[in-house]
Write a new protein. Sequence first.
Length: 92
Amino acid sequence: MNRPNILWYCSDQQRFDTIGALGNPHAQTPTLDRLVRNGVSFTNAYCQSPICTPSRASFMTGLYPSRARNTRNGNETFPSDIPLISKLIADS
């Protein structure tokens, strides 16, 4: 069985309108533009937290930051009892 080739790109503090291919005429983002043309982009999304680390915890676990026990910046690890999406994808 062929496994899909997944690139999950997530930048910090970058709105969709800072990418040339998504409408910004001043941004020079050739690599991101190519990814947009050949992949999927989400232009109408929101995050669970305005703080970096809890937002990433939610993104990686599918849980609210409080459920992932990651509610402030400075947490360096995820609890080992919560599966990360990267592990779930790799194991599937």
